[in-house]
Design a protein around this ligand. Structure first.
Ligand code: ADP
Ligand code: 5GP
Length: 291
Protein backbone atom coordinates (compact mmCIF):
# COMPACT_ATOMS: atom_id res chain seq x y z
CA UNK A 1 0.00 0.00 0.00
CA UNK A 2 1.37 3.47 -0.86
CA UNK A 3 1.83 6.20 1.72
CA UNK A 4 -1.14 8.53 2.15
CA UNK A 5 -0.78 11.81 0.25
CA UNK A 6 0.78 14.63 2.22
CA UNK A 7 -1.75 17.45 2.59
CA UNK A 8 -0.91 21.05 3.26
CA UNK A 9 -2.73 22.49 6.30
CA UNK A 10 -5.09 24.33 3.92
CA UNK A 11 -5.86 21.16 1.96
CA UNK A 12 -6.45 19.28 5.17
CA UNK A 13 -8.82 21.96 6.40
CA UNK A 14 -10.71 21.94 3.09
CA UNK A 15 -11.01 18.14 3.18
CA UNK A 16 -12.34 18.22 6.75
CA UNK A 17 -14.85 20.94 5.83
CA UNK A 18 -16.00 18.91 2.82
CA UNK A 19 -16.45 15.79 4.95
CA UNK A 20 -18.40 17.76 7.56
CA UNK A 21 -20.67 19.24 4.86
CA UNK A 22 -21.27 15.76 3.42
CA UNK A 23 -22.18 14.40 6.87
CA UNK A 24 -24.56 17.30 7.40
CA UNK A 25 -26.17 16.68 4.01
CA UNK A 26 -26.63 12.98 4.76
CA UNK A 27 -28.18 13.80 8.13
CA UNK A 28 -30.64 16.14 6.37
CA UNK A 29 -31.57 13.46 3.86
CA UNK A 30 -32.06 10.87 6.61
CA UNK A 31 -34.34 13.27 8.49
CA UNK A 32 -36.35 13.86 5.31
CA UNK A 33 -36.74 10.11 4.81
CA UNK A 34 -37.94 9.71 8.40
CA UNK A 35 -40.51 12.46 7.98
CA UNK A 36 -41.57 10.86 4.66
CA UNK A 37 -40.63 13.95 2.64
CA UNK A 38 -38.32 11.77 0.55
CA UNK A 39 -39.11 8.36 -0.93
CA UNK A 40 -36.46 5.78 -1.77
CA UNK A 41 -37.08 6.66 -5.42
CA UNK A 42 -36.17 10.31 -4.86
CA UNK A 43 -33.10 9.35 -2.81
CA UNK A 44 -31.84 7.19 -5.70
CA UNK A 45 -32.43 10.15 -8.04
CA UNK A 46 -30.59 12.50 -5.68
CA UNK A 47 -27.70 10.06 -5.34
CA UNK A 48 -26.95 10.44 -9.03
CA UNK A 49 -26.55 14.21 -8.74
CA UNK A 50 -25.35 14.70 -5.19
CA UNK A 51 -22.06 13.02 -4.27
CA UNK A 52 -22.72 13.23 -0.52
CA UNK A 53 -25.97 11.28 -0.98
CA UNK A 54 -24.33 8.81 -3.38
CA UNK A 55 -21.78 8.03 -0.69
CA UNK A 56 -24.37 7.30 1.98
CA UNK A 57 -24.17 3.71 3.20
CA UNK A 58 -27.11 1.57 2.15
CA UNK A 59 -27.48 0.40 5.75
CA UNK A 60 -27.94 4.02 6.91
CA UNK A 61 -30.43 4.64 4.12
CA UNK A 62 -32.56 1.62 5.03
CA UNK A 63 -32.50 2.30 8.75
CA UNK A 64 -33.83 5.82 8.09
CA UNK A 65 -37.19 4.45 7.03
CA UNK A 66 -39.68 4.27 9.84
CA UNK A 67 -40.34 0.69 10.80
CA UNK A 68 -36.96 -0.55 9.52
CA UNK A 69 -34.61 -1.34 12.37
CA UNK A 70 -31.09 -2.76 12.23
CA UNK A 71 -32.39 -6.33 12.05
CA UNK A 72 -34.66 -5.79 9.03
CA UNK A 73 -32.02 -3.69 7.28
CA UNK A 74 -29.41 -6.43 7.67
CA UNK A 75 -31.82 -9.19 6.64
CA UNK A 76 -32.85 -7.23 3.56
CA UNK A 77 -29.25 -6.56 2.59
CA UNK A 78 -28.32 -10.21 3.01
CA UNK A 79 -31.28 -11.26 0.86
CA UNK A 80 -30.26 -8.86 -1.91
CA UNK A 81 -26.55 -9.68 -1.62
CA UNK A 82 -25.64 -6.14 -0.59
CA UNK A 83 -22.43 -6.05 1.43
CA UNK A 84 -22.72 -4.31 4.84
CA UNK A 85 -20.43 -1.44 3.82
CA UNK A 86 -21.98 -0.84 0.37
CA UNK A 87 -22.79 2.77 -0.51
CA UNK A 88 -25.82 3.85 -2.55
CA UNK A 89 -23.66 4.67 -5.58
CA UNK A 90 -22.22 1.14 -5.54
CA UNK A 91 -25.61 -0.62 -5.82
CA UNK A 92 -26.30 -2.73 -8.89
CA UNK A 93 -29.35 -2.10 -11.04
CA UNK A 94 -31.05 -5.26 -9.83
CA UNK A 95 -30.50 -4.26 -6.20
CA UNK A 96 -31.90 -0.76 -6.84
CA UNK A 97 -35.01 -2.31 -8.44
CA UNK A 98 -35.55 -4.69 -5.57
CA UNK A 99 -35.17 -1.93 -2.98
CA UNK A 100 -37.58 0.30 -4.90
CA UNK A 101 -40.21 -2.44 -4.85
CA UNK A 102 -39.57 -3.21 -1.20
CA UNK A 103 -40.15 0.39 -0.15
CA UNK A 104 -42.79 1.37 -2.66
CA UNK A 105 -45.61 2.93 -0.73
CA UNK A 106 -48.83 1.69 -2.25
CA UNK A 107 -51.09 4.63 -3.06
CA UNK A 108 -54.20 4.85 -0.92
CA UNK A 109 -53.08 1.86 1.13
CA UNK A 110 -53.59 -0.53 -1.80
CA UNK A 111 -51.34 -3.53 -1.98
CA UNK A 112 -48.94 -3.60 -4.96
CA UNK A 113 -50.20 -5.44 -8.01
CA UNK A 114 -48.75 -8.59 -9.50
CA UNK A 115 -46.39 -8.65 -12.39
CA UNK A 116 -47.25 -11.31 -14.96
CA UNK A 117 -44.94 -11.95 -17.88
CA UNK A 118 -46.47 -13.64 -20.90
CA UNK A 119 -44.11 -15.29 -23.36
CA UNK A 120 -44.19 -18.01 -25.94
CA UNK A 121 -43.37 -18.69 -29.56
CA UNK A 122 -44.26 -16.07 -32.16
CA UNK A 123 -47.73 -16.68 -33.56
CA UNK A 124 -49.04 -18.53 -30.50
CA UNK A 125 -51.47 -15.72 -29.67
CA UNK A 126 -49.69 -13.56 -27.08
CA UNK A 127 -50.79 -10.21 -28.46
CA UNK A 128 -54.35 -11.47 -28.99
CA UNK A 129 -54.49 -12.46 -25.31
CA UNK A 130 -52.84 -9.20 -24.22
CA UNK A 131 -55.38 -7.17 -26.21
CA UNK A 132 -58.25 -8.91 -24.41
CA UNK A 133 -56.61 -8.37 -21.04
CA UNK A 134 -56.45 -4.62 -21.65
CA UNK A 135 -60.17 -4.59 -20.98
CA UNK A 136 -59.94 -6.68 -17.82
CA UNK A 137 -60.46 -4.85 -14.58
CA UNK A 138 -57.32 -4.07 -12.55
CA UNK A 139 -55.02 -5.13 -15.38
CA UNK A 140 -52.58 -2.83 -17.04
CA UNK A 141 -50.81 -4.03 -20.16
CA UNK A 142 -47.38 -2.52 -20.64
CA UNK A 143 -46.60 -0.88 -23.98
CA UNK A 144 -43.08 -1.70 -25.17
CA UNK A 145 -40.70 0.40 -27.19
CA UNK A 146 -39.42 -1.14 -30.39
CA UNK A 147 -37.21 -0.30 -33.34
CA UNK A 148 -39.45 -2.43 -35.60
CA UNK A 149 -41.52 -0.57 -38.20
CA UNK A 150 -45.27 -0.44 -37.46
CA UNK A 151 -47.55 -2.96 -39.20
CA UNK A 152 -50.52 -1.48 -41.05
CA UNK A 153 -52.96 -2.13 -38.17
CA UNK A 154 -50.67 -0.89 -35.40
CA UNK A 155 -50.95 2.44 -33.61
CA UNK A 156 -48.00 4.26 -32.01
CA UNK A 157 -48.46 4.46 -28.23
CA UNK A 158 -51.10 1.73 -28.19
CA UNK A 159 -49.37 -1.33 -29.67
CA UNK A 160 -45.80 -0.10 -29.27
CA UNK A 161 -43.83 3.08 -28.95
CA UNK A 162 -42.12 2.97 -32.32
CA UNK A 163 -38.70 4.55 -31.89
CA UNK A 164 -35.54 5.01 -33.93
CA UNK A 165 -32.40 3.00 -33.29
CA UNK A 166 -30.77 6.11 -31.78
CA UNK A 167 -33.70 6.72 -29.42
CA UNK A 168 -33.63 3.07 -28.31
CA UNK A 169 -29.89 3.30 -27.58
CA UNK A 170 -30.50 6.50 -25.61
CA UNK A 171 -33.17 4.73 -23.53
CA UNK A 172 -30.75 1.89 -22.75
CA UNK A 173 -28.03 4.36 -21.76
CA UNK A 174 -30.46 6.15 -19.42
CA UNK A 175 -31.50 2.90 -17.78
CA UNK A 176 -35.10 3.38 -18.86
CA UNK A 177 -35.80 -0.30 -19.50
CA UNK A 178 -36.80 -3.00 -17.06
CA UNK A 179 -35.52 -5.40 -19.71
CA UNK A 180 -34.78 -5.33 -23.39
CA UNK A 181 -33.82 -7.85 -26.06
CA UNK A 182 -33.12 -8.23 -29.73
CA UNK A 183 -35.58 -10.33 -31.69
CA UNK A 184 -35.53 -11.10 -35.41
CA UNK A 185 -33.33 -8.10 -36.20
CA UNK A 186 -35.19 -5.51 -34.09
CA UNK A 187 -34.89 -4.34 -30.51
CA UNK A 188 -37.76 -4.42 -28.01
CA UNK A 189 -37.84 -3.10 -24.42
CA UNK A 190 -40.18 -2.60 -21.48
CA UNK A 191 -40.22 0.97 -20.11
CA UNK A 192 -39.52 0.60 -16.42
CA UNK A 193 -41.19 3.64 -14.81
CA UNK A 194 -44.67 2.99 -16.17
CA UNK A 195 -44.59 -0.62 -14.90
CA UNK A 196 -43.51 0.47 -11.45
CA UNK A 197 -46.18 3.15 -11.26
CA UNK A 198 -48.94 0.74 -12.23
CA UNK A 199 -47.78 -1.83 -9.66
CA UNK A 200 -47.59 0.86 -7.01
CA UNK A 201 -51.18 1.82 -7.76
CA UNK A 202 -52.15 -1.77 -7.04
CA UNK A 203 -52.76 -2.70 -10.66
CA UNK A 204 -51.74 -6.07 -12.01
CA UNK A 205 -49.32 -5.66 -14.86
CA UNK A 206 -48.93 -7.81 -17.94
CA UNK A 207 -45.75 -7.79 -20.02
CA UNK A 208 -46.05 -9.54 -23.37
CA UNK A 209 -42.42 -10.12 -24.26
CA UNK A 210 -40.07 -12.71 -25.74
CA UNK A 211 -38.19 -15.29 -23.71
CA UNK A 212 -34.79 -13.65 -23.14
CA UNK A 213 -36.61 -10.58 -21.78
CA UNK A 214 -38.82 -12.74 -19.54
CA UNK A 215 -35.71 -14.28 -18.01
CA UNK A 216 -34.27 -10.82 -17.33
CA UNK A 217 -37.47 -9.77 -15.57
CA UNK A 218 -37.37 -12.87 -13.35
CA UNK A 219 -33.74 -12.13 -12.47
CA UNK A 220 -34.57 -8.51 -11.50
CA UNK A 221 -37.94 -9.21 -9.89
CA UNK A 222 -38.17 -12.78 -8.61
CA UNK A 223 -41.77 -12.24 -7.44
CA UNK A 224 -42.95 -11.90 -11.05
CA UNK A 225 -44.92 -14.81 -12.52
CA UNK A 226 -43.62 -16.12 -15.84
CA UNK A 227 -46.34 -17.63 -18.00
CA UNK A 228 -45.50 -19.59 -21.14
CA UNK A 229 -48.19 -19.76 -23.79
CA UNK A 230 -48.09 -22.95 -25.86
CA UNK A 231 -49.95 -23.76 -29.07
CA UNK A 232 -52.26 -26.81 -28.95
CA UNK A 233 -50.06 -28.35 -31.69
CA UNK A 234 -47.12 -27.37 -33.89
CA UNK A 235 -49.41 -27.48 -36.95
CA UNK A 236 -51.76 -25.01 -35.29
CA UNK A 237 -48.82 -22.66 -34.63
CA UNK A 238 -47.79 -22.80 -38.30
CA UNK A 239 -51.35 -22.12 -39.40
CA UNK A 240 -51.74 -19.17 -36.97
CA UNK A 241 -48.56 -17.57 -38.23
CA UNK A 242 -49.72 -17.98 -41.82
CA UNK A 243 -53.25 -16.87 -40.96
CA UNK A 244 -52.04 -13.67 -39.35
CA UNK A 245 -50.74 -12.57 -42.73
CA UNK A 246 -48.42 -9.91 -41.37
CA UNK A 247 -45.15 -11.41 -42.63
CA UNK A 248 -43.78 -12.38 -46.02
CA UNK A 249 -42.74 -16.01 -46.72
CA UNK A 250 -39.10 -15.42 -45.81
CA UNK A 251 -39.97 -13.67 -42.54
CA UNK A 252 -42.44 -16.46 -41.68
CA UNK A 253 -39.80 -19.14 -42.25
CA UNK A 254 -37.45 -17.16 -39.98
CA UNK A 255 -40.15 -16.88 -37.31
CA UNK A 256 -40.91 -20.64 -37.47
CA UNK A 257 -37.27 -21.49 -37.01
CA UNK A 258 -37.17 -19.20 -33.98
CA UNK A 259 -40.42 -20.71 -32.67
CA UNK A 260 -38.79 -24.14 -32.51
CA UNK A 261 -36.11 -22.78 -30.20
CA UNK A 262 -38.67 -20.80 -28.23
CA UNK A 263 -40.85 -23.85 -27.52
CA UNK A 264 -37.91 -25.49 -25.77
CA UNK A 265 -37.87 -22.70 -23.17
CA UNK A 266 -41.19 -23.68 -21.54
CA UNK A 267 -39.43 -25.53 -18.70
CA UNK A 268 -38.00 -22.29 -17.36
CA UNK A 269 -41.45 -20.78 -16.78
CA UNK A 270 -43.60 -20.81 -13.62
CA UNK A 271 -46.82 -21.66 -15.45
CA UNK A 272 -47.53 -23.17 -18.88
CA UNK A 273 -50.91 -22.46 -20.51
CA UNK A 274 -52.16 -23.95 -23.76
CA UNK A 275 -53.79 -21.32 -25.96
CA UNK A 276 -56.73 -23.29 -27.27
CA UNK A 277 -59.36 -20.68 -26.33
CA UNK A 278 -58.32 -17.06 -25.87
CA UNK A 279 -61.06 -16.48 -23.27
CA UNK A 280 -59.91 -19.34 -21.04
CA UNK A 281 -56.29 -18.13 -21.15
CA UNK A 282 -57.46 -14.64 -20.16
CA UNK A 283 -59.49 -16.15 -17.32
CA UNK A 284 -56.49 -18.11 -16.05
CA UNK A 285 -54.30 -14.99 -16.09
CA UNK A 286 -56.89 -13.04 -14.11
CA UNK A 287 -57.00 -15.89 -11.56
CA UNK A 288 -53.19 -16.04 -11.33
CA UNK A 289 -53.08 -12.33 -10.53
CA UNK A 290 -55.71 -12.74 -7.79
CA UNK A 291 -53.93 -15.51 -5.89
P1 ADP B 1 -48.16 -13.58 -31.11
O1 ADP B 1 -48.47 -12.24 -30.52
O2 ADP B 1 -47.90 -14.65 -30.11
O3 ADP B 1 -47.11 -13.54 -32.17
P2 ADP B 1 -50.83 -13.27 -32.32
O4 ADP B 1 -51.61 -12.80 -31.15
O5 ADP B 1 -50.47 -12.27 -33.37
O6 ADP B 1 -49.51 -14.07 -31.86
O7 ADP B 1 -51.67 -14.45 -32.96
C1 ADP B 1 -51.31 -15.11 -34.17
C2 ADP B 1 -52.58 -15.48 -34.95
O8 ADP B 1 -53.26 -16.51 -34.24
C3 ADP B 1 -53.54 -14.32 -35.09
O9 ADP B 1 -54.10 -14.34 -36.39
C4 ADP B 1 -54.62 -14.61 -34.05
O10 ADP B 1 -55.87 -14.11 -34.43
C5 ADP B 1 -54.62 -16.13 -33.99
N1 ADP B 1 -54.99 -16.69 -32.67
C6 ADP B 1 -54.58 -16.27 -31.45
N2 ADP B 1 -55.11 -17.04 -30.46
C7 ADP B 1 -55.86 -17.96 -31.06
C8 ADP B 1 -56.69 -19.07 -30.59
N3 ADP B 1 -56.80 -19.36 -29.30
N4 ADP B 1 -57.31 -19.80 -31.51
C9 ADP B 1 -57.20 -19.55 -32.83
N5 ADP B 1 -56.46 -18.53 -33.34
C10 ADP B 1 -55.80 -17.75 -32.49
P1 5GP C 1 -43.67 -8.60 -32.86
O1 5GP C 1 -42.64 -8.01 -33.77
O2 5GP C 1 -44.33 -9.82 -33.45
O3 5GP C 1 -44.68 -7.58 -32.36
O4 5GP C 1 -42.90 -9.09 -31.54
C1 5GP C 1 -41.81 -9.94 -31.65
C2 5GP C 1 -41.46 -10.49 -30.29
O5 5GP C 1 -41.03 -9.44 -29.43
C3 5GP C 1 -42.67 -11.13 -29.58
O6 5GP C 1 -42.21 -12.37 -29.04
C4 5GP C 1 -43.00 -10.16 -28.49
O7 5GP C 1 -43.54 -10.82 -27.35
C5 5GP C 1 -41.63 -9.60 -28.17
N1 5GP C 1 -41.67 -8.32 -27.46
C6 5GP C 1 -42.56 -7.31 -27.57
N2 5GP C 1 -42.24 -6.33 -26.72
C7 5GP C 1 -41.14 -6.72 -26.04
C8 5GP C 1 -40.34 -6.14 -25.01
O8 5GP C 1 -40.58 -5.05 -24.50
N3 5GP C 1 -39.27 -6.85 -24.58
C9 5GP C 1 -38.95 -8.06 -25.09
N4 5GP C 1 -37.90 -8.69 -24.56
N5 5GP C 1 -39.67 -8.64 -26.04
C10 5GP C 1 -40.76 -7.98 -26.53
Amino acid sequence: MGTPPQLTPQQREAALAKAAAARKRRAEVKAQIKSEELTIESVFDLAQRDEAVGKMRVKELLESFSGVGKVRAIALMERLNISPTRRIQGLGRHQVNELRLEFMKPDMATKPGRLIVLSGPGGVGKSTVAKQLRNAEDFWVSVSATTRKPRSNEVDGRDYFFVSDEEFSRMIAHDEFLEWAEFAGNRYGTPQRAVENALRQGRNVLLEIEIAGAKQVKAHLPQSILVFLEPPTWEELVSRLEGRGTDGAERRAQRLELAQEELAAAAFFDVVLVNDQVESVVQRLVELARN
